[in-house]
Design a protein around this ligand. Structure first.
Ligand code: FES
Length: 148
């Protein structure tokens, strides 16, 4: 009888921060080009990648995210000149501390996606979600008050 009951495949919840000027436009292009990427990716539009406070990443994990990806313009292309340089340094610090907190750093990523790279956006999301599926559910840092 148990053989008849198939287990549902694990669907990781992915929070994807996208800067307005490049990555969000890249995601938009992926959509309008009908390129497929998993529906588990929840996009949060931000003015610039440097708007992502490291606490946003930790809060996402606390609220049940299995992976967090920050997308910004390529270095040198930031709409605000140097925003993504700050992001790069900030996230390097955060990612190096994640193991200490108890979260595999592979659950986080920083990617540069331009407005013309819809295909790259879709392939990065497919790859990231594929890796998270293999890693399984994030059981660390979850705040039980956030579970319903
Ligand atoms: Fe895209 Fe700053 S505007 S990273």
């Amino acid at each position: 009888m148990q053989d008849l009951v198939k287990e549902k495949p694990f669907k990781p919840l992915v929070v994807s921060f996208c800067c307005n000027w490049c990555s969000y436009a890249g995601a938009d292009l992926a959509g309008s080009s009908r390129l497929e990427y998993p529906a588990e990716v929840k996009i949060i539009r931000i003015p610039c990648s440097c708007r992502v406070d490291p606490l946003f990443v930790l809060r996402a994990f606390q609220r049940g995210a299995d992976g967090v990806i920050i997308n910004g313009c390529h270095p040198g292309d930031c709409h605000y000149s140097t925003g993504n340089y700050y992001t790069r340094r900030r996230m390097a610090m955060l990612f190096s501390m994640l193991d200490f907190i108890g979260i595999e750093k592979e659950r986080t990523r920083l990617e540069w996606v331009s407005a013309a790279e819809g295909a790259r956006f879709a392939s990065v999301m497919n790859e990231f979600v594929g890796e998270l599926r293999e890693m399984g559910e994030n059981k660390r840092l979850g705040d039980i008050r956030c579970k319903e």
